[in-house]
Design a protein around this ligand. Structure first.
Ligand SMILES: [Mg+2]
Length: 734
């Protein structure tokens, strides 16, 4: 962004230079165009002045020559002139452009052809009368033809008059001045014979002039109404009376000024517009790059930040941690990665809703941020999982001290909307580089340590050790073996009889799973159920047990054997399986087994893990007609108060109480109390682990309803259970 700002003045400088350049170029072009106009106009003027001058020249030269011819004729006739009229007529007719021809013996006009209209001029003394006096004298003295004009004539009009002096006996001793022959040309007629008037109308000016006979100044013979303009062209008329000049001009100052104004204006406007366009073009990439940078930063922020807590997310860790680790390695720094999640956080979401759950996460994130040091990084890895990279520590103890701080900080009660939550967390610590220096290894090892901390009972931290890896390996191996066993149908169900203590009759059985391992033989559940629970395979295995149990009930019915109540053990993960009820319903329908023949045994601990969920599920199952039994009663919280809120049909007293019942008064009292209390709650009681007749008898005396134990039978195969003999007490035999 800063860079883009710095470049804008540079763009302005470039644009200013471009503007000046365009305007200068426009100025040059305008000037060239003006010069071209001047040149073009000059050429036209030259052509015009030449053509008009030559037209005038022809006409004047003829007129002037005719005065000379007339003077020769008079000389030839020795001063006689009776031929004048006819000769003059011929001259005017043949040459043209002559207004009249005159003869003035001794300077007095005697003859004029044509006379009509010119009568007033007869008798005029052209030697002595003004304005002719001076020039006429000059012609006589120099014996050369002269031109006079412009002359206002007595008969009207303005004319140019040519006078040729006539001497008789020229070159001889008796040479004598006779008089003068003159030709007269009207200037207006002369000009009319050219295009000068039309040119004047088209805006040209002209002047026909000659030098004064004896002076430097010039005599204007004819001119346009408007005086000559600044652009001029002159052409000379070479005449018998001297050289005359025709100047034609044109006023182009206004036109030039107008053209230049337009040229410069257009240059400035084009320069301005192009500069704006150029500026926009130059600025556009800067704007774009600025925009791209802003958007990229925003996207990166989005991609790298968890929207809820504003902490960096897992992706940030994946993209940035390798670099941090590499730098730390170069500086030989010790770091640690602490991986942790909140214990039982799901319960908050389930009980008070996700909105409050989210607020709790935000508060935890704030606490973690407050704990971290300058080189540490807190990230939210998803859900209730967090990670802290301690960037620069001195020892393992320092990492452990930090983990303790997190434990305390998380454990501080969170007050929110008049509610108070107390959370705990389990943490796994992996040291860097001791426990790995690439992200995958570090996270895996920290995760293993976290898992270990949870196994140890949560609300604590655990530092990664190599043995965890071995355990994990074993877990993975066991998981594979279990999957294979499920596929190969290596599991079998065994049935341990449950009997009525009062009637001596077998009323049902508890289904117990065994793994018939191809190499190891029969394996008991305590060896594989914990693995199945840890890996989640318990759901699949549990489903298999239920189906096999129900199928067995159907087989018994088909074989005409008595109805029994079959109890099946449930794990907490099965309770949480949303498809559980529909699965059971489907199987009961499929095998045509009534629900009252089915019972589920659940431990108190499993129920308390999520009591709300368990209560609702158990109620549904009970409504279906399934018997609900609390397993191993007395080993967990042993809270009879909890029982009254649960839809329980049967209580199974744990074998530990039954074992010493005949010797230990304490156990005896507990068992008696449990039985009495359960009966008050309308719950039947079954005693587990009955191994002797004395135990049976005592339990029967306490009004215990049912029993189960080696005294009657171990768990046996379906085949053996089917042919089980009736219960016979030896003391009764004897
Ligand atoms: Mg059980």
């Amino acid at each position: 962004m800063k860079q883009a700002r710095l470049k804008q003045p540079l763009a302005l400088v470039i644009v200013s230079i471009a503007f000046c350049f365009i305007v200068l170029l426009g100025g040059y072009w305008t000037q060239s165009a003006s010069n071209s106009i001047v040149h073009q106009k000059s050429s036209i003027l030259n052509g015009l002045s030449r053509s008009q001058a030559s037209a005038l020249e022809r006409r004047l030269a003829s007129a002037f020559t005719s005065a000379k011819i007339m003077s020769y004729e008079v000389e030839l006739h020795n001063g006689d002139s009776p031929w004048f009229d006819s000769y003059a007529n011929r001259l005017i007719e043949s040459i043209g452009g002559i207004e009249n021809i005159q003869l003035a013996p001794n300077g007095i006009i005697e003859k004029i052809y044509p006379l009509a209209g010119n009568e007033t001029a007869i008798g005029l003394d052209i030697i002595n009368s003004t304005p002719y006096h001076e020039t006429t004298q000059q012609a006589i003295i120099t014996k050369k033809m002269i031109a006079i004009g412009p002359v206002p004539l007595v008969q009207g009009g303005v004319a140019v008059i040519t006078r040729a002096p006539i001497y008789l006996n020229q070159g001889q001793d008796n040479e004598s001045f006779w008089g003068l022959a003159s030709t007269l040309v009207y200037l207006d007629d002369l000009i009319d014979a050219t295009q000068l008037k039309e040119l004047e109308q088209d805006g040209y000016q002209y002047e026909l002039w000659r030098p004064h006979n004896d002076k430097v100044e010039r005599v204007t013979l004819s001119s346009s109404a408007e005086s000559l303009g600044e652009l001029r062209s002159s052409s000379q008329l070479v005449l018998p009376v001297g050289t005359w000049t025709l100047t034609i001009s044109q006023n182009i100052a206004d036109e030039l000024a107008s053209n230049q104004f337009k040229g410069y204006s257009v240059s400035v406007i084009i320069g301005f517009l192009l500069s704006i366009a150029l500026y926009a073009l130059l600025i556009q990439p800067l704007r774009l790059s600025k925009l791209v940078k802003e958007k990229t930063a925003a996207l990166e922020d989005l991609a790298y930040r968890d929207p809820l807590t504003s902490l960096p997310n897992r992706r940030y860790l994946q993209d940035n941690l390798p670099n941090t680790l590499y730098k730390n390695q170069l500086r030989s720094r010790i770091s640690a990665f602490i991986y942790f999640d909140l214990d039982n956080f799901k319960r908050i979401n389930d009980t008070v809703g996700h909105d409050i759950g989210d607020q709790v996460l935000v508060i935890i994130a704030e606490r973690l941020n407050a704990l971290k040091g300058i080189s540490d990084q807190v990230v939210r890895l998803g859900g209730d999982e967090f990670g802290i990279l301690l960037g620069d520590i001195k020892s393992t103890e320092e990492a452990e001290a930090f983990a303790t701080k997190i434990l305390k900080s998380v454990h501080n009660p969170i007050k929110f909307n008049q509610r108070e939550f107390t959370l705990s967390t389990s943490l796994g610590i992996a040291m860097i580089p001791e426990h790995g220096y690439d992200l995958v290894t570090i996270m895996q090892n920290a995760d293993m340590a976290l898992y270990h901390a949870k196994q140890l009972g949560k609300n604590q931290y655990s530092l990664y050790t190599e043995s965890m890896k071995v355990n994990t390996y074993n877990t993975i191996k066991a998981e594979d073996d279990l999957s294979q066993a499920l596929r190969n149908q290596e599991f079998v169900l065994y049935y341990q009889p449950q009997f009525d203590l009062q009637t001596n009759r077998v009323i049902g059985a508890e289904a117990l799973v065994r793994w018939n391992h191809p190499d190891k033989g029969l394996i008991f559940p305590n060896e594989f159920i914990p693995v199945a629970e840890k890996t989640g395979q318990i759901v699949e295995l549990g489903h298999w047990v239920i189906e096999t149990g129900i199928a067995y009930l159907a087989e018994r019915k088909k074989a005409g054997l008595s109805d029994i109540l079959l109890h099946i053990n449930l794990a907490s993960q099965q309770l949480a399986d949303p498809r559980f009820v529909s699965h059971v319903e489907k199987l009961l329908i499929q095998y045509q087994v009534p629900a009252r023949q089915l019972g589920f045994e659940i431990t108190e601990t499993d129920i308390l893990e999520d009591i709300k969920l368990a209560k609702s599920l158990l109620q549904t199952l009970k409504q279906m007609g399934i018997c609900i039994a609390i397993d191993d009663f007395g080993t967990g919280y042993s809270s009879l108060a909890q029982l009254k809120n649960l839809p329980v049909d049967l209580l199974k007293i744990d074998r530990h109480f039954v074992r010493d019942i005949t010797e230990d008064e304490n156990d005896r009292n507990i068992v008696e109390a449990i039985i009495a209390m359960a009966h008050k709650l309308n719950i039947k009681v079954l005693a587990e682990g009955i191994e002797t007749r004395q135990q049976w008898q005592m339990l029967a005396d306490f009004q215990c309803d049912f029993g189960q134990g080696f005294y009657v039978s171990r768990a046996v195969s379906a085949e053996d259970f089917n042919k089980a003999p009736p219960i016979v007490h030896h003391d009764q035999e004897t």
